[in-house]
Every structure is written in structure tokens, then in C-alpha cells.
Design a protein around this ligand. Structure first.
Ligand SMILES: [Fe+2]
Length: 287
């Protein structure tokens, strides 16, 4: 089994600068602390973009320092709030495609992770032009040839999520990407994305997808006609993704929760016989 931590949209500012009434660095530090304490056995972390809010060098430095504290590798990709040159200057070890975009592959025991660059200077909308599509097509062909399952990672979703503000800045070339994904022989298992600052999962044209809360601020759940959705202070989260050959399981961890854990073993309705049978079943499955 491969254990992936999916975290998104930290929107880091230079140290000490707040964003929407919150401290993005403190929020990320808490996430990294929590992941290291509870999921130090993970294989890797992927951060699906909007690493920083304005693309400041000092903000990328904060990110680097935080990710260096993890006991496993972290793979960032960029979002519409990032600055590609500043990111690439700070993360020299992160791959790029032949045209200089932040597109790269990671081989894991679960299969091949393909990291897509959907950023276009001058717009918050997602952008995936011909040359980036060529890279993806080549990678998908190679994965199919090598019989590797594929997991896609991008900042922008290509489909509507029915929050109007976010749908207005989804992937512009979504139809071309949809056609490319429909035509490939590759075994695409999941599409992970960021950008929308909400926990959403579903299935698009046969491809399961998921995203989650950002680590700083969130976007209100407003499915009405307004073109602008307010930001909120809903609790942040990261996802723990468990990948095996026949199963994808995604757990969401609201890592700032500091309330009680409640011992329910003395509930009147607890059926000890059923619990014993359950224990035996789990033990048998684990061999
Ligand atoms: Fe964002």
C-alpha cells in the first residue's frame, strides 16, 4: 500500500504577514507537525498549488523550511497565486518539462503520479495549452506502455463544481483535456486537485476525483448565482490517501481539532459478542 498525504493551498505570505485574518505560516506549521506526529510512515506528500499568495521569495523559503521537516519527500506543484520563476528558483530539485513548465512524474509503488502545471501568467483561470497537453499525452502513452496506473495531480479542476466563482476560473481548455483523457489507453485512477478550498469528491467521465480544504482560508459553500463567493475560516484539513492495486481510500484529517476524544466502550448498546466477531474478522483478513 502507498500512503500519500494530500495538502493544498497554503497561500503562504512572508513570515508574520496575515491573510484574511489568519496566519498562513502557523497553519502550515501545525499541519506539518500533525502529519509528522501521526503519519510519519507516509510515502510522500503532494501539495496541489497556491503554495504562496503572492509568489514572494520569502514565502517560498518558509515552505521549503517546513517541508524539510518531513521524514519523507514532498512534491509541490504550482497554482494561480504562485510565480513560476520564484518557485523554480526556490525548488531547484523539482522537475520541469522540456518547455520549462512545472510538470513531472513520480514513480511510486501504487503507480505513476503525473504533476501538471495549469498556471498562466495574467489569469487566475487554469490553462493547459497544446505544448503542455503534448507532455501529458507522452506521459500517458508511456504509462500505458509500461502498464503503470496513473494518478493525476493539478491545481485546477477541468470540470464544474457548481460554485460559480470557481467555475469561472476552472481550466479553460477543459474540452481538449477531456478528449485527451478519453482517448488515452492509460489506466487513470484518480484526479487530485486544489484551487477550490472545499472538500469535494466525485467522478468525472469515469475518473474519480477529490480535493479538500486549504490550510489557511476556505471558500464558502455557495451554489447560487453570485459571481463572488466569500472566504471563510472553516477548519483546515489534509487528506491521508491510501492507494493499493484495487482500492483508493481517502481520509480527511481536520488537524486543528483540539476537542475531546470520547471513550464509548461503556455505552449500554455496545455488543461485546459483535465486537469480538469483528476483531476475529479483522485478524483473519490481516492474515
Ligand atoms: Fe487557492
Amino acid at each position: 500500500m502507498t500512503k500519500l498525504i494530500h495538502l493544498t493551498d497554503p497561500h503562504l505570505m512572508p513570515p508574520g504577514e496575515p491573510l484574511y485574518g489568519l496566519d498562513p505560516q502557523a497553519r502550515l506549521t501545525a499541519a506539518i507537525d500533525h502529519v509528522a506526529a501521526h503519519h510519519g510512515d507516509a510515502d510522500c506528500m503532494v501539495i496541489t498549488g497556491d503554495l504562496t499568495h503572492w509568489g514572494d521569495d520569502a514565502a517560498y523559503d518558509v515552505l521549503k523550511r517546513e517541508l524539510d521537516r518531513l521524514p519523507f519527500p514532498a512534491y509541490p506543484l504550482i497554482g494561480n497565486h504562485d510565480q513560476r520563476p520564484a518557485f523554480q528558483e526556490a525548488f531547484l530539485n523539482i522537475g520541469r518539462d522540456p518547455n520549462g513548465y512545472v510538470q513531472y512524474r513520480i514513480d511510486t509503488r501504487a503507480g505513476r503520479f503525473l504533476m501538471m502545471d495549469t498556471v498562466q501568467e495574467g489569469t487566475h483561470a487554469g490553462w493547459y495549452d497544446q505544448e503542455r497537453q503534448e507532455w501529458l499525452k507522452g506521459e500517458l502513452d508511456a504509462a500505458a506502455e509500461e502498464d503503470q496506473p496513473v494518478y493525476l495531480f493539478a491545481h485546477h479542476p477541468p470540470f464544474q463544481i457548481h460554485i460559480r466563482m470557481m467555475d469561472m476560473i476552472r481550466l479553460v481548455q477543459w474540452e481538449e483535456v477531456a478528449a485527451l483523457l478519453a482517448e488515452t489507453r492509460a489506466d487513470i485512477r484518480h484526479y487530485f486537485f486544489g484551487h477550490v478550498h472545499r472538500p469535494i469528491s466525485g467522478c468525472w467521465r469515469g475518473i474519480p476525483f477529490s480535493t479538500l480544504y486549504g490550510t489557511n482560508h476556505q471558500v464558502a459553500l455557495d451554489l447560487g448565482p453570485a459571481e463572488d463567493a466569500p472566504m471563510t475560516h472553516e477548519a483546515p484539513a489534509y487528506n491521508v490517501v491510501l492507494l493499493s492495486d484495487d482500492l483508493t481510500v481517502i481520509h480527511t484529517c481536520p488537524y486543528t481539532y483540539d476537542g475531546p476524544t470520547i471513550d464509548h466502550r461503556n455505552d449500554r448498546n455496545t455488543d461485546e459478542a459483535a465486537r469480538a466477531a469483528g476483531r476475529a474478522q479483522v485478524a483473519a483478513q490481516q492474515g
